[in-house]
Write a protein that binds this ligand. Structure first.
Ligand code: THU
Length: 163
């Protein structure tokens, strides 16, 4: 028997001004994207802004549907849009934020498991890390250097092959 350990590290900033300019801009774009989320059922507006290596920023927001499971999270809307429009351009970093009229989100909002799986596959496919920047409507900002830190036991394409 052997006990193994997985460790992740992340950086916490208490103000936006402490972040590098590029990250600040990306968070701002995510915030703007959240404003046009289609979230009439949850009233939880999520925005994602994805910076590509060519400098282009692709944004996304959650798109809900009366048939609830048919909706999609902001992160996947942004990632799928980027991958469909710029299939060969690596993704550098993604900023994710959320707000709701129901209460003040004063904590970073992490991506759901399905979004982590999707983001992880793009990251391993491009063979270079995608930085993740998380923030609520206010409060601390968390920066994780690679999506792999958010999903250490991801399901890989290799799992589909006989070993
Ligand atoms: N949502 C996202 O957009 N991203 C996540 O990672 C978690 C949840 C959306 C889905 C749904 O429209 C609303 O937030 C409430 O779950």
């Amino acid at each position: 028997m052997e006990v193994k350990e997985v460790k992740i590290s992340y950086t916490v900033y208490s103000t936006i001004e402490e972040l590098p300019k590029e990250e600040q801009l990306l968070l701002e774009k995510a915030r703007i994207a959240a404003k046009s989320a289609y979230a009439p059922y949850s009233a939880f507006n999520v925005g994602a802004a994805l910076l590509l290596e060519n400098g282009i920023i692709v944004t996304g927001n959650n798109q809900e549907n009366a048939a609830y499971p048919s909706g999609l999270c902001a992160e996947r809307v942004a990632m799928f849009a980027a991958s469909s429009q710029y299939p060969d351009v690596p993704m550098k970093m993604i900023a994710i934020t959320a707000n709701t009229e129901k209460f003040e989100i004063n904590f970073p909002v992490p991506p759901c498991g399905s979004c982590r799986q999707v983001m992880s596959e793009y990251e391993s496919r491009q063979n270079q890390p995608i930085k993740v920047i998380l923030m609520g409507a206010k409060g601390d900002i968390q920066v994780i250097e690679s999506i792999s830190g958010l999903l250490p036991f991801m399901f890989h394409a290799e799992e589909l092959k006989q070993k």
